[in-house]
Design a protein around this ligand. Structure first.
Ligand code: ATP
Length: 260
């Protein structure tokens, strides 16, 4: 029997998942998404997105590959260079890394904006409250007084002083249409997506092919390290990042990786 078939089917509390389980991180992730659905933060479709992510992560070896680490460093530099960076939060992101998103926003001076594919006032408020419980002071996305051109009404909604005004946006686990529409607006997009072939990853100026639970803490680590860097140094890091090479390296890891 393979490791993933020995996983405990269901636990009530994350603490019950044995830390020495070979698929520990995947079980924790799955549990957080289930909790998110239960709390009304995550849409049921978020479970399918998580399933796809989990399969890619399995193939990538459930680790941050070197090209992803480079992308995470470039993302940190790009966020530090930005005039108005915004971190977009959807139901999966809120369930998986709420505290880490709040910390990263603080570290790079970014706004946090809730942005949902399946937008309802209840879920918007539940996510904003959840982020506040994790230390967020100002959560954007609720005013919805501007829109992203090229998307249908509900999915186009953003805040005029949030994503609409941003020069750099971090959009983790974003759907392809929205990622393309934001890029069309001229935003510099940083995408986190385990599928290097997804339209979101293909659209991004900086595609990070890594699990968000590893990616956000690592972007934060780089941001802290680069805090004292000059603008020239930050620009050099961004300019040296090769998005095509990073996407190719991730695809190679998935197609040819060693599944030991
Ligand atoms: P497209 O971008 O082409 O529309 P899609 O329809 O598969 O692709 P969505 O379901 O909208 O994409 O978004 C989910 C994406 O997020 C998937 O590509 C999935 O691999 C990725 N994903 C899911 N969970 C994680 C995670 N924990 N970390 C990083 N990426 C993830």
């Amino acid at each position: 029997m393979s490791d993933h078939e020995t996983a405990p089917a269901e636990v009530d509390d994350e603490e019950e998942i044995p830390t020495d389980h070979p698929r520990y991180q995947d079980l924790v992730t799955r549990h957080r998404i289930e909790e998110g659905v239960r709390k009304g933060i995550t849409h049921l479709q978020g479970m399918h997105a998580e399933g796809r992510g989990s399969a890619f992560d399995y193939l990538i070896g459930e680790e941050t590959i070197p090209s992803a680490d480079e992308a995470e460093r470039a993302a940190a530099a790009q966020l530090l260079l930005a005039d108005h960076p915004v971190l977009s939060v959807n139901g999966n992101v809120a369930a998986l890394v709420p505290g880490e998103m709040v910390e990263l926003a603080d570290a790079v001076g970014a706004d946090l904006e809730v942005n949902l594919f399946n937008r309802t006032p209840e879920r918007m408020n539940a996510i904003a409250d959840h982020l506040r419980e994790h230390g967020a002071e100002d959560v954007k996305g609720l005013d919805a007084d501007a829109h992203v051109p090229g998307l249908d009404h509900e999915r186009a909604k953003v805040d005029a002083d949030g994503i609409h005004d941003a020069d750099v946006v971090l959009v983790p686990l974003e759907d392809g249409d929205r990622a393309e529409a934001l890029a069309e607006m001229g935003k510099t997009e940083i995408v986190i997506d385990l599928n290097p072939l997804s339209r979101s990853a293909q659209t991004a100026a900086i595609p990070i092919v890594d699990n968000i639970v590893r990616a956000i803490p690592n972007v934060m680590r780089h941001a802290r390290e680069l805090k004292g860097a000059t603008e020239d140094e930050l620009r050099r890091i961004v300019a040296a990042f090769d998005r095509e090479a990073a996407l190719e390296a991730a695809e190679r890891a998935i197609r040819q990786g060693d599944l030991d």
